[in-house]
Design a protein around this ligand. Structure first.
Ligand code: ITT
Length: 198
């Protein structure tokens, strides 16, 4: 059975492939569909954006599609960057610029007020219009300087207290077990198995 992962983010794609590996699916990505248009992420919520990306991709490709919309919510910033996480520092998307902006905005903020969480909504859609979603979160703190080289995006700044490490310092399989993405996908595994059996 085949599934298309509707993302242009290589970091996400790698993690989703690793998490889905035990299901024995044939996972393709948008790279297999030349001419695939850019989908505007204009939703107010992660869920709206995830559903939009999954439904469009299922319709365009005629395959079951899985999309991930995710981001970082920083309490001191009232939940920003949130759905705007990928473009926090403007166009084009730039992880280094996003991280620099986050450090700047939190420069004088004490440790106990640097709480944050990653949130991820995964949507799975079929070409005939079925859709299922699940959400996962991971709670942590924003450091004052980056640590670690793994993962992607805000990972070097995201300290995960349960392991005393940033997400960029965790081995990939450990991040995948505890991350917002890992948790959302774990919730969807049964739905996925059912859809793919049909
Ligand atoms: P697609 O829409 O093509 O999937 P994108 O990068 O634009 O790619 P989003 O709109 O969902 O995806 O933005 C998610 C951003 O949130 C991403 O660019 C990172 O900056 C951040 N993010 C999400 N999950 C993360 C993780 O596990 N570790 C670090 N940063 C993450």
């Amino acid at each position: 059975k085949r599934i298309v992962v509707a993302t242009t983010n290589q970091g996400k794609l790698k993690e989703i492939e690793e998490i889905l590996a035990p299901l024995g699916l044939s996972v393709t990505s948008l790279a297999a569909y030349p001419g695939f248009p850019e989908i505007e992420e204009d939703g107010a919520t992660f869920k709206e954006n995830a559903v939009k990306k999954a439904q469009f991709t299922a319709t365009f490709t005629g395959e079951i599609a899985l999309a991930d919309d995710s981001g970082l919510e920083v309490d001191y910033l009232g939940g920003a960057p949130g759905v705007r996480s990928a473009r926090f520092a403007g166009e084009p998307k730039n992880d280094a610029a996003n991280n620099a902006k986050l450090l700047r905005l939190l420069a004088s903020v004490p440790w106990e007020k640097r709480t944050a969480r990653f949130r991820c909504v995964i949507a799975v859609a079929t070409p005939n219009g079925e859709v299922a979603t699940a959400e996962g979160t991971a709670e942590g703190y924003i450091l004052t300087a980056p640590r670690g080289t793994g993962g992607f995006g805000y990972d070097p700044l995201f300290y995960f207290p349960e392991y005393g490490k940033t997400f960029a310092e965790l081995p990939p399989e450990v991040k995948n077990q505890v991350s917002h993405r890992g948790r959302a996908l774990a919730k969807l595994k049964e739905v996925l198995a059912t859809l793919l059996a049909g």
